[in-house]
Design a protein around this ligand. Structure first.
Ligand code: SF4
Length: 291
């Protein structure tokens, strides 16, 4: 089988930066503990590796009285950061600069009296960190935009960094029709997301079977899988090579590999190597396409 790798694979800039910052901090001797609220990135293998190096993942700051808090790549709510400061924790902020830029926009819009609509997944840590106040409305693919009721005449619209651009355009068109006196639209979708989704689309069209390698909780990996599945029914989402199923492949298939932004290179290589080593000797083998 031929294996083709998507152009934009492996860690994105924000994830690489966050992981490197965390590793650097974990190398410093620390007797009081190093913590992160939630996983600093959405990849199980990397998170396990960081925990072997000493990072303790906690749900909140209740039981922590000292030590270091590593703020994850998706950011943390301002109220939680102040709580950590009040407790005297040392802070290592690995928030991706793209995510941080959304925080800056939201803060300045709130100061100027705008209502804010965020297009994204309200359960995702990035959006939970961003929407630390009730004044922000979050909408997603399941929202009926006609029913969104904003009383303010001044509205700011921003997107989750990993949102598909086409869906953001749909939301923009819907909110333009609402007749707000002022609608300020910010393109907060990160460049890496745009490039990755484009490469995934191209590759999904050109191969027999396509694999998206990325964490189950990774928003960008789930998006990539949705994009690939729409184009190529033989698309599968796996976290690592142990989840590969030989029944997915036929002899002489071309297999594409797309990776989420938090998938390290070594996992992609393990997947590619394992596919290359699959021995498909039965020509009439049937491929089972999972929905
Ligand atoms: S996908 Fe974009 S926003 Fe998210 S961490 Fe990577 S560079 Fe930052």
């Amino acid at each position: 089988m031929k294996v083709k790798l998507a152009k934009n694979s492996g860690f994105c800039f924000g994830v690489r930066r966050a992981v490197n910052m965390a590793i650097k901090e974990l190398e410093v001797e620390n007797t009081k503990g190093i913590y992160s609220i939630g996983h600093i990135i959405h990849n199980r293998d990397v998170v396990d590796d960081l925990s072997r190096k000493g990072l303790k993942v906690i749900e909140n700051l209740k039981d922590v009285d000292g030590g270091t808090l590593i703020i994850r790549c998706h950011g943390l709510a301002a109220s939680v950061i102040s709580e950590a400061k009040n407790k005297g924790l040392k802070l290592i902020d690995t928030t991706c600069p793209y995510v941080f830029s959304s925080h800056r926009i939201v803060n300045s819009l709130l100061k100027e009296g705008y209502s804010i609509i965020v297009v994204g997944d309200k359960n995702h840590p990035e959006i939970q960190a961003l929407c630390d106040t009730d004044d922000i409305v979050v909408v997603d693919e399941n929202t009926d935009f006609d029913l969104v009721n904003i009383k303010s005449k001044k509205v700011g619209l921003i997107a989750q960094t990993t949102l598909p651009f086409n869906f953001y355009k749909k939301a923009i068109r819907a909110f333009l029709k609402k007749g707000f006196v002022e609608l300020r639209i910010f393109n907060t979708i990160c460049n890496d997301t745009k490039k990755r989704q484009l490469s995934a689309k191209r590759l999904a069209k050109s191969v027999d079977c396509i694999l998206v390698v990325g964490g189950r909780f990774s928003a960008n990996s789930k998006r990539l899988y949705q994009i690939c599945k729409k184009i190529n029914p033989r698309a599968y989402h796996i976290e690592n090579s142990s989840e590969l199923d030989e029944g997915w492949f036929l002899k002489e298939d071309s297999v594409g590999i797309v990776s989420g932004a938090s998938t390290p290179d070594y996992i992609i290589k393990q997947v590619a190597d394992r596919i290359r080593n699959i021995d498909i000797s039965c020509k009439d083998k049937k491929v089972v396409v999972k929905s």
